[in-house]
Design a protein around this ligand. Structure first.
Ligand SMILES: *[C@@H]1O[C@H](CO)[C@@H](O)[C@H](O)[C@H]1NC(C)=O
Ligand SMILES: *[C@@H]1O[C@H](CO)[C@@H](O)[C@H](O)[C@H]1NC(C)=O
Ligand SMILES: [Cu+2]
Length: 159
């Protein structure tokens, strides 16, 4: 009883940890997507973004777009050039560098009046690694091994 319960707990822990150190794909606005009058401030509140994660902006192509701007552009809802405007309706943005990132919708006054603006802070990767692919292939087995060893030790204690 105790033994099988601890097995379940440790396997669950292992999966949670393995998931938390691999890249996360965030659907901006979840099921609502990139849309009018959504509270993106609340959406970001409980999330921690890391280098290697991706943002996905879902919307009906033509109704909105996604423009990466700086802090000034974010506050004033201005984007000087349309260069770099994403319009596919399923725009995937890889977060490649740490720091603050600002995105707005450039259609009509959606940014000014309908809250289509998103600001996030991207943190460096938890384990320093030469490249994102190297970190996800190396870090997962390492943590895996540590947990398997930990579980093995506890199984000996409780088993
Ligand atoms: C923000 O971007 C605009 C162009 O989009 C540029 O003119 C302005 O200097 C930038 N501001 C800062 C603080 O970098
Ligand atoms: C964006 O601007 C750069 C140079 O500033 C240019 O090389 C590139 O072709 C432009 N891209 C688009 C989609 O206009
Ligand atoms: Cu819009």
């Amino acid at each position: 009883m105790t033994s099988s319960y601890s097995t379940i707990v440790f396997v669950a822990t292992l999966f949670v940890l393995a998931a938390s150190i691999s890249a996360t794909e965030y659907i901006v606005g979840d099921q609502s997507g990139w849309t009018l009058d959504y509270d993106y401030q609340t959406w970001t509140k409980d999330k921690v973004f890391y280098v290697g994660d991706t943002l996905v902006f879902n919307y009906a192509s033509g109704s909105h777009n996604v423009i990466k701007v700086n802090g000034t552009g974010f506050q004033q809802c201005t984007a000087t050039s349309s260069n770099g405007t994403l319009t596919s309706g399923r725009d995937v943005i890889a977060l490649q560098t740490p720091g603050r990132k600002w995105y707005i919708c450039g259609v009509a006054k959606h940014c000014e009046l309908r809250n289509m603006k998103l600001v996030i802070t991207v943190l460096p990767q938890m384990s320093p690694a030469p490249s994102p692919s190297a970190s996800s292939t190396l870090a997962v087995p390492t943590i895996y091994g540590m947990l398997v060893a930990l579980f093995g030790g506890l199984a000996l204690l409780f088993g």
